[in-house]
Design a protein around this ligand. Structure first.
Ligand code: IMP
Ligand code: MG
Length: 435
């Protein structure tokens, strides 16, 4: 996924996070006005003065955005979101479950990344993304974090790899459990058997089993939500693969239990036909994989499917499925007007998530908003402001982690090393709170 910011792609609106771009635009103004690109030969004193001035200006802007988010939250809580100024400026701005201390977060990241000292490179997309992450960590730390959920591929380990014993994220996750924070691995990888999850996650599972620090309850505070929102496993020290599948009737939310098997099969059939069409028309070196709750395409042996083809496939399948769901809704509305009765009005379309997984494309039943919601419910009804989902997919077509934004707070990382850094930052904040 490292090449995904290639200019050609970044220019497309569907590949932009408007909130981050907007903040970047605001920071570009003091950068243009105060940076001294011609002063390469200036003395150290005047260079550091310029840096201080840029720092002050950037921090002021972050403070102003922070206040605008407060105003947005006030209107959101009063149920009149249209009056939010932020919403006028960034129409895609979603709900905020916590306030965001952006000024403090900026100061923290500026100490780390020396953003204000740069004279040629303006505050970037990644600078802003990391400031937002820090602000979110500060906010959940204040509001007492209860549940941390993690995506798998690219967040905990490299794409397609497994969580090995040597992975530095393991002691950090154990530390969360030790602090009585619940942990969910919410991954799109969908398997019905515990053995497959053990294969992918054994480093973490073995570490939990072998830990002398964790008590039985803390161990039980790890769950795996697989296939986005389709398979739940709980930790079980006595099971062969250290995981025990939990039957659906014990964890489906009331809304999810209304999804009918017939609708699920029909949706996957349609998705499969659309994927086969894409393979044919774009001559993709790919094969179709059909599972009970997902359908996808994966590359044939050594082949690689180009990123453009993967994105095109996602957009095509998404469109076809959405059109079909709209057509069904219209049909239901018409039949109910003509006296079809209440039965036809209850049929809600089954949610799905079509996304580009980097090397493959999958269409899953449900999405990570449902997966994280199941974790919240499983642990007794944890609120969105007490939940943090960490993931890498917030921008690519389908972006499966983005969906979690509607049920909890989120942190957007670019690789597993950033997840480790993020957890260290969180541990520092928690330590400071205790001092
Ligand atoms: P995540 O990053 O942990 O959400 O995992 C996404 C990756 O899991 C995809 O890119 C696929 O390579 C892999 N995967 C395996 N099985 C499935 C499935 O049933 N649905 C979606 N992705 C799957
Ligand atoms: Mg991922």
């Amino acid at each position: 996924m490292t090449t995904r910011y290639r200019v050609e792609y970044a220019l497309k609106t569907h590949r932009r996070d408007q909130f981050i771009e907007w903040i970047k635009g605001l920071l570009a103004v003091p950068f243009v006005l105060y940076s001294q690109p011609t002063g390469v030969f200036a003395d150290g004193d005047s260079i550091s003065k310029v840096g201080e001035e840029a720092h002050r200006r950037y921090a002021e802007i972050m403070r102003d955005i922070e206040l605008m988010i407060d105003d947005h939250i006030m209107h959101q809580n009063q149920d009149d979101p249209l009056l939010s100024k932020l919403r006028m400026l960034v129409p895609t701005a979603g709900p905020f479950f916590t306030r965001l201390p952006l000024e403090a977060a900026f100061k923290y990241q500026d100490r780390k990344r020396h953003i204000s000292s740069r004279r040629y490179v303006a505050p970037s997309f990644n600078d802003v993304r990391l400031v937002l992450n820090s602000a979110q960590l500060m906010a959940v730390n204040n509001g007492a974090l209860q549940l941390a959920t993690f995506d798998g591929d690219v967040t905990l380990y490299d794409d397609g790899e497994s969580l090995l014993t040597s992975n530095p994220v393991i002691p950090r996750i154990l530390d969360l459990l030790k602090k009585n924070i619940k942990v969910g691995i919410v991954t799109a990888a969908g398997y019905t058997a515990a053995e497959r999850y053990y294969e992918r996650l054994h480093g973490l599972l073995d570490a939990i089993a072998g830990s002398t620090d964790l008590d039985t309850t803390q161990r039980q505070n790890l769950i795996i939500m697989g296939g986005e929102a389709n398979y739940l496993f709980e930790f079980s020290a006595s099971s062969r693969w250290l995981l025990e599948p939990v039957p659906r009737e014990r964890w489906l939310t009331p809304e999810m239990s209304k999804w009918s098997e017939a609708d699920i099969t029909a949706l996957l059939d349609l998705a499969e036909a659309a994927l086969r069409d894409c393979i044919r028309t774009m001559r993709l070196p790919a094969e179709v994989i059909r599972k009970d709750r997902a359908v996808g395409i994966i590359p044939l042996s050594e082949a690689r499917i180009s990123r453009e083809s993967l994105e095109e496939t996602v957009l095509v399948v998404q469109r076809i499925l959405e059109l079909e769901q709209q057509r069904q809704k219209q049909h239901q509305r018409r039949t109910s007007v003509m006296g079809g009765g209440a039965a036809s009005l209850t049929g809600r379309p089954v949610p799905f998530c079509a996304f580009n997984g980097g090397r493959d494309v999958f269409v899953d039943i449900g999405d990570k908003s449902w997966g994280v919601a199941v974790c919240q419910q499983w642990f007794g009804g944890i609120r969105p402001e007490g939940t943090l989902h960490v993931g890498d997919q917030f921008l690519s077509a389908g972006s499966n982690d983005f969906k979690a934004r509607s049920v909890g707070t989120t942190a957007w990382i670019a690789n597993p090393a950033e997840t480790v850094e993020l957890l260290d930052e969180l541990a520092d904040l928690m330590q400071k709170k205790l001092e």
